[in-house]
Design a protein around this ligand. Structure first.
Ligand code: GTP
Ligand code: MG
Length: 447
């Protein structure tokens, strides 16, 4: 944090300009020594100044230099930005000169890390900035922008002060039992407060998961015995003949991927090898792959054949997916019905495209995507946030249990503190250096 740092904020290559960003207490004075225009130490803040970069009597480039004095800058430090000509050489040469003058090259994300450490932005906003830069799809960009402008930070802060108030109250009760006008935190009162925290956490978590869905799409796994029509369903849903369909059982061996969009949300579909007992070594590997994907899928479509009775293999698959979100699609309803199943299923057949709309509707229902509520969520989050939110919710549930067992309040307050600190990790109020380094190392140089 003491060093003055520099980095190219644009990418090297043939372009009209490049921007070199310099941040730190020596930024203005050092750049002044190689700038031929005005004395940068004397110019007003937030001005752009014309001149040349000159080093050892050699003119390096004609430039525009912006001077922004602390604290109203991105890093809250003095910042100088040199706009030089594009191409490979000019910017590279200027950076070499800056390095010689004791301005070190920044690490990835170091500017944003300084903005965070100097209290200019919270951790959720820092992450959003990186997400905007690295967005590859429109959906990813929208989610990142919402996070940047959104209120995740405020929501978490509010929740933390609510928890802090309860903890403070418990402390007072313990330290000053003689204060009669202080609110006494009883098990009943705590139960009520914990319930409120649980409701709020659940709401934020739901929103966060929506954010993840918007960003990454929903992973859908097609599972079922061989020949039931899994590949036919994939081809219809993605409207492309991507997977090979034949009447030979065991046609699909490797995983076939495709995607389609429903109500603006991307569904990543995975077609797999039909699951059954086989000695064929290639099929066996394919089946293993299919089963391994169960955990990674957000939802499973189990395909059954209307024309066959449920057998042991079907029952085995049903058992394997019972804890996961799933939809059962009974295919081939153009053939005689032999199946008996007492569950909620969608009937259809891929030959007449029957039931496929109902299947899509079911997907929308399961994820509540019908009314575009998902796009209106005010706070959206990433995997890191979701993991911490889940951990916090687990702590709250354990506190609920302790309340019902009448565990002494001062013991319960230890867990409450743990929840308070966990939530602080989301916004960077409680942080470990490794975590911060890990987050910012994912940034590009110059950001
Ligand atoms: N009658 C009828 N035949 C169908 C239907 N859907 C698919 N088929 C036929 O069933 C056979 C198998 O279809 P696939 O889509 O390859 O089945 P799969 O589940 O991917 O099979 P594997 O890759 O072997 O696991 C093909 O001959 C399809 O034309 C349907 O709704 N009705
Ligand atoms: Mg197939």
């Amino acid at each position: 944090m003491e060093d003055t740092i520099c980095a190219l904020a644009t990418t090297l290559g043939e372009s009209s300009i490049n921007i070199i960003r310099i941040s730190g207490s020596d930024a203005i004075s050092i750049v002044s020594t190689i700038f031929t225009g005005k004395d940068l130490k004397k110019v007003s803040s937030h001005t752009i100044n014309y001149g040349h970069i000159k080093f050892n009597d050699e003119i390096i480039d004609e430039v525009l230099v912006s001077v922004m004095r602390a604290p109203k800058t991105f890093t809250k430090e003095d910042i100088v930005e040199i706009n030089c000509h594009g191409g490979y050489l000019s910017a590279k040469k200027i950076i070499e000169i800056l390095n010689r003058l004791n301005i070190r090259s920044a690490y990835n994300g170091e500017f944003t890390k300084r903005a965070f450490l100097n209290g200019r932005i919270d951790l959720t906003k820092s992450e959003a900035i990186n997400d905007i830069i690295t967005s590859k799809t429109e959906q990813e960009r929208i989610v990142a922008l919402k996070q940047l402008n959104g209120s995740l930070f405020e929501e978490i802060e509010r929740l933390r002060s609510y928890i802090m108030e309860i903890m403070a109250n418990i402390e007072v009760n313990i330290d000053y039992p003689e204060y009669e006008d202080e609110l006494v935190v009883t098990h009943k009162l705590l139960k009520d407060r914990i319930n409120k925290i649980k409701e709020k956490l659940t709401e934020i978590l739901k929103n966060s998961e929506n954010g993840k869905i918007l960003k990454n799409g929903i992973n859908v796994l097609l599972l079922g015995r061989p020949n039931v029509g899994k590949s036919s369903i994939l081809n219809h849903l993605i409207e492309e003949n991507k997977a090979i369909v034949t009447k030979v059982a065991g046609t699909t061996r490797d995983i076939v991927e495709g995607s389609f969009i429903l109500n603006g949300v991307v569904f990543n579909l995975l077609d797999t090898a039909g699951i059954h007992n086989t000695n064929n070594i290639v099929e066996k590997i394919g089946i293993e792959k299919s089963l391994n994907l169960i955990n990674k899928a957000d939802i499973i479509i189990l395909v059954l054949n209307n024309n066959e009775c449920l057998n042991e293999e079907d029952k085995n698959i049903l058992e394997k997916i019972k804890e996961k979100k799933h939809i059962i699609f009974v295919n081939k309803n153009d053939l005689n019905k032999k199946i008996t199943i007492d569950r909620d299923v969608v009937y259809g057949n891929t030959l007449k495209k029957d039931g496929l709309d109902a299947l899509k509707q079911k997907l929308l229902d399961v994820f509540n995507l019908e009314n575009n509520e998902i796009f209106n969520s005010s706070y959206l989050a990433n995997d890191r946030h979701i993991t911490i939110l889940k951990k916090s919710l687990d702590i709250i549930m354990s506190i609920e249990k302790q309340i019902s067992e009448e565990v002494p309040i001062d013991i319960i307050s230890i867990d409450l503190k743990e929840c308070y600190e966990a939530l602080g990790e989301i916004i960077g109020k409680t942080y470990k250096n490794d975590l911060i380094n890990e987050i910012f190392s994912k940034f590009c140089l110059g950001k």
